[in-house]
Design a protein around this ligand. Sequence first.
Ligand code: 13P
Length: 278
Amino acid sequence: MALVTLNELFAADYAGAICGFDFVNLETVKAIMAGAEELGTPVILMVTEGGVKYAGLDYIAALGKVAAEKGKVPVALHLDHCTDFDLIIQAIKAGFTSVMIDASHLPFAENLKLTKEVVRVAHAAGVSVEAELGRIGGKEDNIQVKTAEAFMTDPEEAVEFVTATKVDCLAVAVGPSHGIYKGEPNLNLALLKRLKSVLDIPLVLHGGSGLPDAVVKEVVAIGVRKFNVWTELAVAHTDTIRAVLKEEPTLYDPRSLFKPTVEAMKAVVKSKILLTQA
Ligand code: 13P
């Protein structure tokens, strides 16, 4: 199948949230595709700036494009948490069908201005845009937001931001943070409901790893349409490698080392997709 945009995925008849998974290598992308195909659901393949730095834009875009072409489910290729306007342009040229401009570290007016400019160029190329308002805490690759720097999305600002930028979907900060939780995740569901009631574009929840199942079901019931996951995939990948090497310390063929990681990550992918279906 050809790649589709995020807007096309949102417009399709799918109940619940569509999962977006970050990928960094062949094994991650294979696991994501295998999980989505076994369940017959659309999926969003995401790449962070760190992922681009690690693999190279051409290599990582090619992986995403081949996965979609060979895939049996609709796939969007999405640039996740990008702070760099030039990289967004390069990603669009490389075939990404969706981009996230993360200017949440900037003051409101500057975030709005930069997001608006990204929307202008991306929409001209038929590419969807996600932006972030408020600041999601935790560590996501090259972006580290300390608890004291994180703040929640303000509904009034969100309405002004969405109206002015014409962004296609919005990542809201309502409590979850990226990475592994130290304590119980504390979500402001009342704020999420309020944001849902005042905004008429799809809402995105970041920091999907480690949230209790009941909370995930609740945010989907409130109306989150895109649910982002990375850390649990990374943990499954690396825990599997540790286990394989413990079992067979003299192993040297990387294929024997990496193949079991695909199965482990696929299990995470399937569990998240099942959890976020309405
Ligand atoms: P986690 O790493 O907490 O799953 O968050 C992923 C994410 O939000 C990607 O944008």
